[in-house]
Structures are given as structure tokens and as C-alpha cells.
Ligand binder design. Structure first.
Ligand code: SF4
Length: 378
């Protein structure tokens, strides 16, 4: 059996060979340090439906692996091309978060974690389980314990060299890779930039984010999106980078991950994309997991925010979409755009609409636009 220190060193050297940006180790002792925060988040209504409320599994790794002793944690740092900003001001294009335009990070990290698990097993007999994002645990708490950074006010892990532009993955094992955990000493200090910049005031300021206000979550959310939030979504089709862009720890340039899709897709293309092309492009990135419809819904919301008359022509091309919830978003976008030409477009939509609820929505939108333009003309 390998001595602990020598085994850590061998794992560190191997991780560098396979292109891991940072590696750390921590114990699988109960995560009591996050317990109060979990209950606080629930009491304040900050949790969303993508988060597990199985706190016992979050706190006790042994509920997932009976004899769990430690975690091996890795980070993959990322950045985007400067040239990606070329279309930033084009109102007929949306925006996809920098985390979701390259090869799906789940696959990048999982490939490396599986190699590290095989390497570990070649040195010591042990059980291993690898996780990226989808896990019963708190990724950021594990990474903190492993000395890979601290939790910022935006609730993200911040690494001293890579900032928050990092993806986290880890292997849980029944082998004790270390005896002690790291205790962080740095934090955000007096900085409040992300709290001030967040478009929906989702960042509370005490290292908590109200996920039900966070655009990153809402662009993945399947249910209803409130009118006041739609306005704040701007051109976002998937995710939101605002709190990362303003963070002073992110001034560094990390390695650039080659994009598979553009971060600024044309709404017109996205709204007419076939299932096959979507699967072959978006499906290879982290933005594809919720499927085409959610991204198209967000694209229509972004067109409704665009204040650009051309948006009406794009919406006209898809006005007979077979999906009623998509037609509902089209009606809403035409109404929010507010142009008088929207009245004739809605009247045209009415002639082929059979859904009673949508017909009522159209009549309401037509009446609203007529009143608005009568008022403006009068
Ligand atoms: Fe912390 Fe400032 Fe970065 Fe927010 S922007 S995470 S407050 S350092």
C-alpha cells in the first residue's frame, strides 16, 4: 500500500499529464459547515427545483458510499475567445453563457476523473465514484475543503489563479487520501460588484443566491416566467455571466475552450433549427440538456426584448408553430415589442389559431396595442 503523501504526489503528477488544471484532496467527514446554510436557503425560499433537498446525503458522504473516506477534487479552468464579442450588440442575436458553448464540461471532466480513478485503483485497492455537477453533494464545499478556493458573494468557487471560471469534478473513494482539510482564509472582502451588477438582484450578499431570481436558473426553468423577469432576461438564451464578468478575480485569462456553437446565435436560425442539427451542435455543449424548446422559448423572449421591428418578421415566420406554449410566447413577444405592425401580425395569427385560450391572449394583446397607439397618436 502506498504511503499517503507519496500517493498524493503521484496523483498530482498524473493529473498534470492528463491536463488537469488544479487538484486537491479532502476528507469525507460530514459537511456540518454547510448545514445551517442549507436550512437558511430553504427557509428564505432561495432553492430551486434543480436542487436536491436530501440534506442527509449532502452532509454525510457515507450515505452515498458506505465507507467513504475522502474526495479527490479537480478543476478545469476555461475562458472564451475575445472574438466572440463581435456580435454582442446585434439585437437579432441572443447570448449563451461562456460555460455552455464548448464541448460539454461534464464530459471533459468525467473523462479525466475516470482516468484518475483507474490510476488510483492501480496504486491501492479501493472503491471510487466520480461526479460532475449532478451529485448529492455540494461541489463548492468539497472544493473549498480541498483548498481549491473560497466561496464568493455570488456563491461561486473562486480559485486564486483561475478566478471563478472553473468547472468542478470529484472522485469519492473509500481510501483515505488525506487526513486534514484546508481552512480558507481569503474572501471577497469589501467588494460588492456582483451584488450590484446582478440584473435580478438574485445575489443576496451573504454568499447566497436566490435561485428563483437567478437568470442562469430561469433560462433553464421549464415553468412560467414572470413578465417582470422576461424584461430582465435581455438577450440571454442560456445562462448568465454577469456576476463572473464583473468579478475582479476573473481579470485573468484562462485557457480558451474551442466553441462548438456561437455564443451569439441568430434568433432566426435557432428558431428554425432541425432536431438533428440541434442534437449535433447544441447537444454537444452544456446548453443542450434541457432540449430545443426551452432555448427557443428564451430566444422568443429575447426577441420580445429587442426593441427591433425586424423581430416581427422573424416571429411571423414561426407563427404557426405546432407547439401551443411556443405560440403563447410569440403572442407575448409581439405585445412586448409594442409596434403597431404587431396588430396586423396578431390578426393574421388569429385566422389559423384554434386554441381558445390563445385566441383570448391575442385579442387582449391586439386591444392593448391599439390602445397604446391611439394614446401615442392622440
Ligand atoms: Fe466576491 Fe466581488 Fe467577485 Fe462578487 S464580484 S464574487 S463580491 S470578489
Amino acid at each position: 500500500m502506498e504511503n499517503g503523501k507519496a500517493l498524493q504526489e503521484a496523483l498530482i503528477a498524473y493529473s498534470q499529464d492528463i491536463g488537469v488544471d488544479a487538484i486537491g484532496f479532502c476528507t469525507a467527514a460530514p459537511f456540518f459547515e454547510i448545514e445551517d446554510c442549507l436550512y437558511h436557503r430553504e427557509a428564505q425560499g432561495y432553492m430551486c427545483d434543480l436542487e436536491s433537498k436530501d440534506y442527509k446525503r449532502k452532509i454525510y458522504p457515507q450515505q452515498t458510499m458506505k465507507n467513504a473516506k475522502s474526495f479527490l477534487v479537480i478543476l478545469e479552468a476555461y475562458d472564451v475567445h475575445n472574438k466572440n464579442h463581435d456580435h454582442e450588440d446585434d439585437k437579432l442575436r441572443g447570448h449563451i453563457s461562456m460555460t455552455a458553448v464548448s464541448k460539454d464540461y461534464h464530459n471533459i471532466l468525467m473523462e479525466k476523473l475516470e482516468k484518475l480513478a483507474v490510476f488510483l485503483k492501480s496504486k491501492v485497492p479501493c472503491e471510487t465514484m466520480a461526479f460532475v455537477d449532478i451529485s448529492p453533494f455540494s461541489d463548492r464545499a468539497i472544493a473549498c475543503r480541498a483548498g481549491l478556493g473560497f466561496i464568493g458573494k455570488n456563491a461561486m468557487l473562486i480559485h486564486k489563479s483561475y478566478g471563478s471560471k472553473v468547472f468542478i469534478g470529484y472522485v469519492l473513494t473509500d481510501y483515505a487520501l488525506c487526513k486534514e482539510d484546508c481552512k480558507g482564509t481569503i474572501d471577497c472582502g469589501t467588494c460588492h460588484k456582483c451584488v450590484e451588477a446582478c440584473p435580478t438582484q438574485a445575489i443576496v450578499g451573504d454568499k447566497n443566491v436566490n435561485c428563483n431570481k437567478c437568470l442562469s436558473y430561469l433560462t433553464q426553468h421549464k415553468g412560467h416566467i414572470a413578465a417582470e423577469v422576461k424584461n430582465k432576461m435581455g438577450k440571454q438564451i442560456y445562462g448568465c455571466d454577469v456576476c463572473q464578468i464583473v468579478c475582479p478575480y476573473n481579470k485573468v485569462r484562462n485557457k480558451v475552450l474551442e466553441p462548438i456553437i456561437t455564443p451569439y446565435p441568430e434568433h432566426e436560425s435557432l428558431l428554425s433549427i432541425s432536431n438533428k442539427v440541434f442534437k449535433d451542435t447544441y447537444g454537444k455543449t452544456a446548453s443542450g440538456w434541457r432540449g430545443k424548446k426551452i432555448l427557443q422559448r428564451n430566444s422568443i423572449i429575447a426577441l420580445g426584448n429587442s426593441s427591433n421591428k425586424e423581430a416581427l418578421h422573424i416571429l411571423e415566420k414561426i407563427m404557426d408553430d405546432p407547439r401551443a406554449d411556443i405560440r403563447k410566447e410569440i403572442i407575448d413577444a409581439i405585445w412586448r415589442l409594442g409596434f403597431s405592425d404587431g396588430i396586423s401580425l396578431l390578426n393574421k395569427m388569429k385566422t389559423c389559431e384554434k386554441d381558445i385560450t390563445l385566441l383570448k391572449d391575442m385579442e387582449k394583446a391586439i386591444a392593448g396595442l391599439q390602445e397604446k397607439h391611439r394614446f401615442m397618436e392622440g
